[in-house]
Design a protein around this ligand. Structure first.
Ligand code: BES
Ligand code: MN
Ligand code: ZN
Length: 515
């Protein structure tokens, strides 16, 4: 796994000194003034920024980074100024983005160690007063650390020392109160980065390695590291549980499926008050479409079709590290969707764990089938709410593009809470309607319902209305369709350029923290 850079917090009482920090690069954030020119920050670089301002060399526009090479003996050899844009326009998410840019730039300039002048984030006039210093600082560090990820598992030349970005990051502040707050917050940011990176590693794993058995073994190991209870169901156990739909999807696969359950129980706190949140994840380790086979163009992306499961895994790990006061159950359904002599065929009728029958008219609408059974199973843990996460429909990218994921469900206050927490963490979530009328599109002549319709209208809603048939009366439930946001979110500077994003891990963990 990707190693998180060392973070030291230094308290600098007099002038910022690269010598004492022993780094190759000093990093200073610079705001724009109202004339859209670089505003001079305090500290030893004030005069230099002033010159860059006057000759127009560096405007401090948001996201812009300027590297200067000195090679001096008494300073760091390099300095990097990162632009924050206008002070009155700044937001937490903009700062997080700048942190991501800063990481990318440090890496491309082969920095091995950097010192960041935290106080430069508050150096300008006009920063909105509702933004607390600690929140700005945390956002910048989040951007740096979340941006520091590379998928290296299958590279034979593992290169920690050269192109991977700084292995050491020093945070400097003259403000002792802020330093105390940072000492508390930095371990939490590292925990988030670690959870994100595990989710990303899982999602990026090619399906010849990332089999259901592989993920269940990894989950078991992580469970013991994080103090979670782990239960693994193989296909025989699933059969005992009458998970007919889950087993039907895996029927054409050589590799056996697994249902993995992780449980986190808060310790010490007032137990009577705690709530239980069940997280449910789609874990199709490869989605060929089955007999309703997919076209070959970009089929390789279907190794990411287990990202729902990887996301709920990251969320429960982070929740455990944050010691959230609520109980969390994560149910992950891993199997492959393959065409074969034994594979399910369009028109087959299969009985779900809940007892309902489904006519499978399209074997490529497999995610909803496996989720139906594990959603039903999740009720056994007596949760106060169920949230499922799935790369369920290509239609979600038609509806919303890649700038947000979709949420649908039966409980508006749960949905509002998810959207609010998402917003606070720079993870956008948009609600789509879930009128019961949409179920008319799934009426079957043969069984209780079919798993798809014959045209492609309202595909994301149809997927969700199918899932809703397996949610029992009175159970608050929300469904996140992350098919468009699970990978390739390179437009967000602290997410990897390509491959798994890790989006929504933080939102889910933080939602559970104050559920
Ligand atoms: N795993 C896919 C959805 C998907 C598509 C994820 C593109 C990521 C990128 C899902 O199993 C699927 O195939 N859905 C079908 C549903 C249809 C057959 C009703 C789809 O979206 O075409
Ligand atoms: Mn599919
Ligand atoms: Zn799928």
């Amino acid at each position: 796994m990707w190693k998180i850079p060392l973070l030291e917090i230094r308290f600098i009482s007099s002038k910022v000194s690269a010598q004492t920090s022993a780094v190759d690069t000093d990093v200073v954030a610079v705001y724009q003034d109202s004339t859209k020119k670089a505003a001079t920050p305090g500290g030893q670089y004030a005069a230099l920024v002033g010159r860059l301002r006057n000759n127009g060399f560096f405007t401090a526009a948001h996201g812009l980074a300027q590297y200067l090479r000195f090679g001096g003996k008494n300073t760091a050899s390099d300095c990097m100024f990162v632009g924050l844009g206008q002070a009155n326009d700044v937001s937490i998410e903009k700062i997080r983005a700048v942190g991501g840019h800063a990481w990318t730039k440090l890496k491309s300039n082969k920095s091995k160690s950097a010192a960041f002048d935290i106080d430069s984030l508050f150096s300008a006039r006009g920063v909105p007063s509702h933004l607390a210093q600690i929140d700005l600082a945390v956002a910048f560090i989040e951007g740096l650390l979340f941006g520091a990820y590379e998928y290296q598992t299958h590279k034979t030349k593992q290169d920690d020392s050269h192109d991977s970005g700084p292995a050491k990051l020093i945070l400097m502040t003259k403000n002792s109160g802020l330093r105390l707050q940072l000492e508390k917050e930095v371990p939490l940011i590292k925990a988030a980065a670690e959870a994100l990176n595990i989710t990303r590693d899982w999602s990026n794993e090619p399906s010849n390695y990332g089999t259901p058995e592989f993920f269940s073994a990894k989950a078991k190991k992580l469970a013991s590291e994080y103090g979670l209870k782990c239960t693994i169901l193989n296909e025989r156990d699933a059969a005992r549980q009458k998970m007919g739909l889950f087993l039907a999807v895996g029927q054409g696969a050589e590799r056996e499926g697994r249902v993995v359950v992780l449980e986190y129980m808060p310790k010490g706190k007032i137990r009577s008050k705690k709530k239980t949140v069940a997280l449910v994840g789609k874990g199709i380790t490869f989605d060929s479409g089955g007999i309703s086979i997919k076209p070959s163009l970009r089929m390789e992306e279907m190794k990411h079709d287990m990202t729902g499961a990887a996301t709920v895994l990251g969320a429960i790990l982070l929740a455990a590290r944050l010691r959230v006061p609520n109980r969390v159950v994560a149910v992950m359904a891993f199997t492959e969707n393959m065409p074969d002599g034994k594979a399910i065929q369009p028109g087959n009728v299969v009985k779900a764990r809940s007892g309902k029958t489904v006519e499978i008219i399209n074997t490529d609408a497999e995610g909803r089938l496996i989720l139906a059974d594990v959603l039903d199973y999740a009720h056994d843990f007596k949760p106060d709410a169920i949230i499922d996460v799935a790369t369920l429909t290509g239609a979600v990218s038609v509806a919303l593009g890649k700038y947000c994921c979709a949420v649908l469900g039966n409980d508006d206050s749960l949905i509002d809470a998810i959207r609010r927490v998402g917003n606070e963490n720079g993870e956008r979530i948009w609600q789509l309607p879930l009128y019961d009328d949409y179920f008319d599109d799934l009426k079957s002549d043969t069984a209780d319902m079919k798993n798809s319709a014959n045209d492609a209208h309202g595909g994301t809603i149809r997927g969700a209305i199918f899932l809703k048939q397996f949610i029992r009366k009175g159970m608050p439930w929300a469904h996140l369709d992350i098919a468009a946001t699970s990978s390739n979110l390179g437009h967000i500077p602290y997410y990897p350029k390509r491959g798994a994003s890790g989006a929504y891990v933080r939102t889910l963990a933080k939602l559970i923290a104050d559920f």
